[in-house]
Design a protein around this ligand. Structure first.
Ligand code: SF4
Length: 138
């Protein structure tokens, strides 16, 4: 495998000053796609994947680590925006937000195109990291 392993880019290492990637990892096709895209991003060295569930659970050391990130990137599977809401409830600002269904990908497609759709989400997220930051609530 090229690039970093999932563990090398996880929040179980010290993420201070890095781009942190959070995904909703929902049960829907687009939720799973969001997580797959997050894993591919860290394999490409584009950030560090962080445990969204630990943030939701209020695990104190994970919350502190999440605050230390230079930027927080959220990938949500659909317009419910669960991951973004979890971070905001925890007082963690979201710097870049990608919603998979906003890219025209159906939440439960009849013919999933996992490889192609993942590539689109990764490209969109990496592009957004390089683009001007979104305003809160945008
Ligand atoms: S954002 Fe959508 S896909 Fe992700 S967990 Fe919430 S409802 Fe599921």
């Amino acid at each position: 495998m090229n690039g970093r392993s999932a563990m090398e880019g996880s929040c179980c290492e010290q993420p201070q000053g890095e781009t942190l990637v959070f995904t909703c990892a929902g049960a829907a096709y687009t939720g799973q796609l969001a997580n797959r895209a997050g894993v591919q991003m860290i394999q490409q060295g584009a950030g560090r994947l962080f445990c969204m569930a630990a943030v939701a659970a209020g695990i104190s050391d994970k919350l502190e680590r999440a605050r230390q990130g230079a930027a927080r990137v959220v990938i949500d599977g659909c317009e419910d925006r669960c991951c973004r809401k979890v971070l905001e409830k925890a007082g963690l600002p979201v710097d870049v937000h990608v919603v998979v269904t906003d890219l025209g990908i159906e939440k439960q497609p009849s013919e999933p195109r996992l490889v192609l759709d993942t590539k689109r989400v990764v490209e969109r997220a990496i592009e957004a990291i390089g683009a001007p930051r979104q305003a809160p609530g945008a």
